[in-house]
Ligand binder design. Sequence first.
Ligand code: HEM
Ligand code: HEM
Length: 193
Amino acid sequence: MPKWSLNFRLWHWINALIVLGLIGTVLLRKTFLSWRTNSEILMQKLSGIGIDITAEQAKMLAKAIRAPMWEWHIILGYALAALVLWRILLFFTPSGKQNYQNLSGETLHKKMVKLGYLVIYAALLFMTVSGLAIHFHDTIGLTKETAHDIKEVHELVNYILLYFVPLHIIGVFIAENQEEKGILSAMVNGGKQ
Ligand code: HEM
Ligand code: HEM
């Protein structure tokens, strides 16, 4: 039997793509498509050709430019919701639970790595539930203020992923080059028990 079933490997790589995509939309929103920066540019450049607009109008235009990109946050968000459900089902399979069983003989380092995975899972679950709650706040009867408060926490928990995901990728590459040769290819070809 392989260490990682095909089912689990598919989940891992699709999940990696979707999570990196979600982080990508956030980075775009905070940089190239930031309404603060772009509304300044719009005001300056339009004023240069003799059109004066107010800060409020510039903000509206900058947000309109950002909107088609941000739609991807929601589309990828739905995909993440499906992936979280998929991962819950995988916990009932050998590949899905092997990292979280018989931990007594393991080194402290291994235990910390696995705790890190559980932190990633908890963060993904929270981001999904809170993201859906913000997006559907009207439908589920939440006020705008509550949705705003949830968004603040959604944004805060985002930092957990922003730190853990690069740490995970760097960690896997270090392990592959040191004491755990084949750890990376096992997530591609399944590996051996
Ligand atoms: C793109 C670069 C990535 C590489 C090369 C990579 C590689 C790996 C490898 C080799 C493992 C198996 C580790 C082991 O045997 O214990 C693993 C596990 C895992 N990866 Fe990634 N990964 C990547 C991206 C991601 C991303 C973006 C996420 C996002 C959440 C993620 C989440 C996880 C989780 C949660 C596990 C633990 C699986 C379990 O529950 O047993 N990975 N990854
Ligand atoms: C890896 C998972 C996710 C990350 C890292 C993430 C990150 C973020 C961040 C940082 C913000 C705040 C943006 C800002 O105001 O500058 C945000 C807002 C938001 N996210 Fe997510 N998110 C994730 C998953 C989801 C999911 C699953 C959904 C559900 C569809 C979702 C829906 C939303 C919504 C509706 C907003 C509010 C947008 C607005 O006020 O214009 N997110 N997200």
